[in-house]
Ligand binder design. Sequence first.
Ligand SMILES: Cc1cc2nc3c(=O)[nH]c(=O)nc-3n(C[C@H](O)[C@H](O)[C@H](O)COP(=O)(O)O)c2cc1C
Length: 224
Amino acid sequence: MPDDLDMKSETESQNGGAAADRSILILFAHPAFQKSRVNRILIKGLEGMRGVSFHDLYEIYPDFSIDAAREQALIIEHDVLIFHHPFFWYSTPAILKEWQDIVLEHGWAYGHEGTALRGKIMLSVVTTGGRESAYRRDSFSGRTVREFLVPIEQTARLCGMTYLAPFVAHGTHKMTLDQMAKHAEQYRRLLAALRDHRIDLEAASISDLPFINRDLDRLIKGDH
Ligand SMILES: Cc1cc2nc3c(=O)[nH]c(=O)nc-3n(C[C@H](O)[C@H](O)[C@H](O)COP(=O)(O)O)c2cc1C
């Protein structure tokens, strides 16, 4: 998978020249990507997107020796950070936790002089084996995926970032190809809107929005 999905032939709508496009960095973590069904299709759906960089952490750091300076330099170049991963034990695969522990240094990401992430946007993109009905307050798990991800939300806040409601593809075990394609289309649409400043960030980040997928028509302007 190429590091950068950028292609100059991209024809998606521009933002009218008002502000520079936002650049998007996908920090992807799937320890068995070769066996993936759903994430493979989500990523494939982004091919050719201008302004989106793809960074596959298990591919780049198979031994978990994360290079903090390299990761920090990459982050500085981007406006939107995405943690994209399958849900593993109600959380992220291990390398994303290691990435946070190594990269988000005091004095860089947080603390008195740690302002590198301030003003950036943070989004989680998650696929879950469990269906949506398993991630409601009245369900067996008793929590939404967003609630399980609260350490990431609070970390983003501590670092001065705007944290959006996550994009969640629920129910991967029984997901049909059509449903996967629909999620891929929504994911691409969301990233294009983030890049082109066409999303209502305030509404997309309110704390009682469990996930963003269903609200795209309301949150995105200018493409329907
Ligand atoms: C180690 C492991 C832990 C998992 N934990 C969860 C979990 O806590 N909740 C859940 O809904 N699915 C869980 N799953 C299912 C994965 O989230 C699911 O297989 C994945 O999202 C499918 O995406 P893929 O087709 O790209 O591999 C787990 C899977 C593995 C292998």
